[in-house]
Design a protein around this ligand. Structure first.
Ligand code: GTP
Length: 379
């Protein structure tokens, strides 16, 4: 449909060729599924493996040859720039564009188009700000160049695709349809889903309608397909996790610490535990399963923490047991209290001798008295 410049190679770019030089990161969503973690902090800034999650995405993009990244911000937009500045600490040039009213995923892309430096036929990477993946970014760009697509999408395969947008493709990988959240067996025509990373030919971004909310998933992709555009899928089945829910976020953080999810930005050696400088962990406390303990956090004597993220300034008192959970900044977990699959909001205090399980979310600043909640049979 749209012509690429004549000098675009027809075959995959050699490994040494930069994948592309610029990217847009979509980081403006409200992150409602991740509350209360996102009450004070936008989802991409919630720490995973000791650093704001976005750091991992930026570092992976840099490692793939990206130099210029535009962050499309909206919700709690003011916190990004003070942390990342001009990006030079990561070897990047970062720019920030804020939507006064959220413009959706497509509207956000159009809204930052004036900051792109690419020529109309050049590839521009686009990432959702909540995806943890080992995607071969260079391979996605190479696929885009080789097939001369208008948009190329990273697709991944999941056992249960009902919560996702399905993307069936033909034998050549060309997208044949976009099917949102299928429910009946007849609707589940493929196990390939939209994995939230794309390469757009720059001119396609310029053609998204300006000044109104647009969803790439619900509007741009289906409309372009109907108009005969070339949308190419590339299945890459390496590590992939959508960190949109608390349990997925906790899992992703632990996988980064364990080294199962690749990132050049994990601040330390990968292993069972990651204790950041400035954390205070008792010698007989047991940390395992990819647990991270942030600066200023305290872990008391005999505490056991498995597969969890303890954010800055949190306090896990003696003998507490914390499993597959996230404890927010400045929160406190009392002695002998057991948490399993729980999210504790910033500044919440859970008194001693409580037991909270399976998906419980304790709101920011909440207070739970000693022994107020127990589920075990000996309670
Ligand atoms: P939920 O509210 O829990 O669904 O999360 P979310 O708001 O992040 O929405 P979703 O997971 O669907 O968003 C996918 C990606 O697009 C995320 O990286 C969001 O930050 C981003 N995003 C969603 N809506 C907007 C928007 O209106 N503007 C910008 N700039 N980014 C957005």
């Amino acid at each position: 449909m749209r012509a690429h410049p004549e000098d675009v190679p027809l075959t995959d770019a050699p490994a040494a060729t930069p994948a592309a030089t610029e990217a847009i990161l979509l980081v403006g969503g409200k992150g409602t599924r991740l509350r209360p973690l996102t009450v004070h902090t936008p989802k991409p800034m919630v720490p995973a493996a000791g650093v704001p999650f976005l750091t991992h995405q930026l570092a992976r993009a840099r490692a793939a040859g990206i130099e210029h990244i535009v962050l499309a911000t909206s919700y709690l937009a003011e916190v990004f720039e003070p942390h990342f500045g001009d990006g030079s600490a990561l070897g990047l040039h970062l720019e920030y564009v804020t939507e006064t009213d959220p413009l959706g995923t497509g509207g956000a892309l159009r809204n930052v188009a004036h900051r792109l430096r690419s020529a109309p036929g050049d590839p521009v990477l686009v990432f959702n700000g909540d995806i943890l993946t080992g995607l071969d970014i260079r391979a996605l760009v190479a696929t885009h160049r080789r097939t001369r697509a208008d948009i190329s999408l990273h697709l991944t395969k999941v056992p249960d695709p009902r919560a996702f947008g399905l993307v069936p493709t033909d034998d050549s990988g060309r997208v044949t349809a976009f099917l949102e959240k299928p429910q009946t067996p007849e609707e589940i025509v493929t196990d390939q889903i939209n994995a939230g990373a794309y390469v757009f030919t720059r001119s396609v971004i310029d053609e998204i309608p300006a000044g109104r909310p647009v969803s790439v998933e619900r509007e741009t992709f289906p409309d372009l397909l109907a108009a005969g555009a070339h949308l190419q899928g590339m299945v890459d089945s390496t590590y992939w996790l959508d960190l949109g829910t608390p349990q997925a976020f906790v899992r992703g953080s632990a996988d980064l610490v364990l080294g199962r999810a690749p990132s050049p930005a994990v601040p330390g050696r990968c292993g069972e535990r990651l204790v950041l400088p400035g954390a205070d962990v008792a010698e007989d406390a047991k940390l395992s399963g990819g647990t991270s303990v942030a600066a200023g956090a305290v872990v008391g004597s005999g505490a056991r923490i498995d597969g969890s993220a303890i954010l800055p300034g949190a306090w896990i008192e003696a003998g507490a047991v914390v499993k597959n959970s996230l404890v927010g900044a400045g929160a406190r977990v009392g002695s002998r209290t057991v948490l399993d699959g729980v999210v504790v909001g910033d500044g919440a205090h859970i008194g001693p001798d409580n037991e909270l399980l399976d998906g419980v979310r304790v709101w920011c600043g909440a207070r739970i008295e000693q022994g107020a909640i127990r589920f075990s049979s000996d309670a």
